[in-house]
Design a protein around this ligand. Structure first.
Ligand code: AMP
Length: 217
């Protein structure tokens, strides 16, 4: 599981990891955005909360994520990104994974200080098609996705008021989960203020898949 504040780069790192491991990437935010794009009742309900920077209620969120996780074969791995975001979600996930006899291997915490998060989210544009994040300098045109060529857009919840709220919600509801996973011996920390590639090496190290002297560097 990738853990960290909004804008830490969880989605980017999850994309790299799932490409390398060929396992599914389960992202609650992507699932909600996909539903919103398709204008499903779930997407429309979730967007009321997302646009304000609030968490979508647990009774909506938990079922859609657990359905995904429990639909996988028990020996199949997966990368979770954006879930759990509060203690209740964490406890329910733990119970569900016990039933599946396959607990989380690791929780990788990507740490980025708040001023850097605010800077990053303010210039973040997302691909409508593949969700790849891009950075656009103030005043510059957004352009097209460098991964798939489709149109980029700014998420409603990357506007300044929503960003402030998301960081506040992260601090009060999600950050305390660090202790939950620390107590379980699952937590590994990575400094998220570096190039995408350097952070990726940190993530692989946190997972125990590259040693300090790896030739990846
Ligand atoms: P993300 O793309 O992970 O930043 O998520 C975008 C938005 O989706 C969040 O700001 C929340 O409104 C909602 N969301 C994503 N994951 C969760 C979750 N685990 N619990 C509640 N709301 C969530």
């Amino acid at each position: 599981m990738l853990f960290g504040p909004p804008g830490a780069g969880k989605g980017t790192q999850a994309h790299l990891l799932t490409g390398e491991l060929q396992v599914p990437h389960i992202s609650s935010g992507d699932l909600f955005r996909h539903n919103l794009k398709e204008k499903t009742p779930l997407g429309l309900r979730a967007s009321e909360y997302m646009s304000q920077g609030l968490l979508v209620p647990d009774e909506v969120t938990i079922d859609i994520i657990l359905d995904k996780v429990l639909s996988l074969e028990s020996e199949q791995g997966f990368i979770l990104d954006g879930f759990p975001r509060n203690q209740h979600q964490g406890e329910v996930l733990e119970e569900a994974l016990e039933i599946r006899s396959r607990p989380l291997d690791k929780v990788v915490y990507i740490d980025v200080p708040e001023p850097e998060l605010i800077r990053r989210l303010g210039g973040r544009y997302i691909c409508r098609e593949c969700q790849a994040p891009h950075t656009v300098e103030p005043g510059a045109a957004a352009g097209n996705c460098q991964r798939c060529g489709k149109q980029l857009y700014q998420r409603d919840d990357d506007r300044p008021e929503a960003v402030r709220k998301r960081i506040e919600v992260y601090r009060s509801e999600t950050l305390p989960m660090l202790d939950f996973y620390r107590q379980r011996g699952l937590l590994a920390e990575v400094d998220g203020v570096d190039t995408v590639n350097a952070v990726y090496i940190g993530v692989l190290r946190a997972l125990g898949w590259v040693s300090k002297s790896s030739d990846r560097e």
